[in-house]
Design a protein around this ligand. Structure first.
Ligand code: MN
Length: 258
């Protein structure tokens, strides 16, 4: 009996030690401003992080760098989410085009500070839709404010009217890129809900996927394994149990454990 008890004790101790070493990482998710009365993130991001083995935490918008810094001490990786257009005059020195959509100054300022600080701290960062554009602008790149009125020869519909978990346009992915490794494909159909796009790529970054009409669909930081972005919405597929892009979130979670 004593022997049995000691065996059980050893098993308990070793299983808790295993649990310690394999702790789920905390993934910070950038939030919406909600008109200044709500801070939230779409459930699709939250579900995708949970499905990939991470712990989702929504990061509320603040203009206090000390609060932001403390938030980033508590997370192991960051996802920059989709949303409104980025103010072109303030963040990349261009006059607003007539087709520019809604801009949210509070969110722009927080998101720019958040991504710069996260990268400076060496955290893994995934940018999605607005998030990839934000990543590009935060590190010195520029955007098309509106694809239909600004990009000659853009013949692909980038504002789909189909379910979000359904891919409508194809992209070509560079072999050996992070996205290629994450999903194991060099061509795939993605969803598309954007009218802005990356124009000039930021110094130190490279494009790793294009649509057939030359719109940037993925980027990564040169020489880094942990800063990358996609123009489409992998979280909508993943949250709806379509697993084509689950690897993107699993990769982020694995990087967050390092
Ligand atoms: Mn697209």
């Amino acid at each position: 009996m004593k022997k049995l008890l000691s065996i059980i004790l050893v098993l308990l101790i070793s299983s808790s030690a295993f649990a310690q070493g394999d702790k789920k990482p905390i993934i910070g998710i950038s939030s919406t401003w909600g008109g200044g009365i709500a801070t939230s993130a779409p459930l699709t991001y939250v579900k995708s992080v949970m499905r990939a083995g991470g712990v989702p935490v929504v990061l509320p918008i603040t203009d206090d760098p000390e609060l932001l810094s403390r938030m980033l001490e508590t997370v192991d990786a960051v996802i920059m989410t989709g949303g409104e257009d980025i103010d072109p005059l303030k963040w990349f020195g261009e006059e607003p085009r007539p087709a520019l959509g809604e801009i949210v100054p509070e969110r722009d300022a927080f998101d720019i500070a958040l991504i710069r600080m996260a990268v400076a701290k060496g955290l893994p960062v995934l940018g999605i839709c607005r998030g990839i554009q934000l990543m590009n602008v935060a590190f010195g790149g520029t955007l098309y404010q509106d694809i239909p009125s600004q990009v000659k020869g853009a013949f692909v519909k980038h504002s789909q009217k189909a379910p979000g978990y359904y891919g409508t346009h194809s992209i070509s992915i560079e072999k050996g890129s992070l996205l290629n490794k994450q999903i194991g494909l060099d061509s795939v159909a993605v969803n598309s809900f954007h009218h802005q796009a990356i124009k000039q790529i930021a110094p130190g970054f490279k494009v790793t996927a294009y649509s057939k009409d030359g719109i940037v669909e993925a980027i990564e930081k040169v020489g880094s394994s942990k800063v990358f972005g996609v123009q489409f919405h992998p979280e909508v597929f993943t949250a709806n149990n379509v697993d084509t892009f689950l690897g993107i979130f699993q990769y982020l979670v694995e990087e967050a454990k390092k």
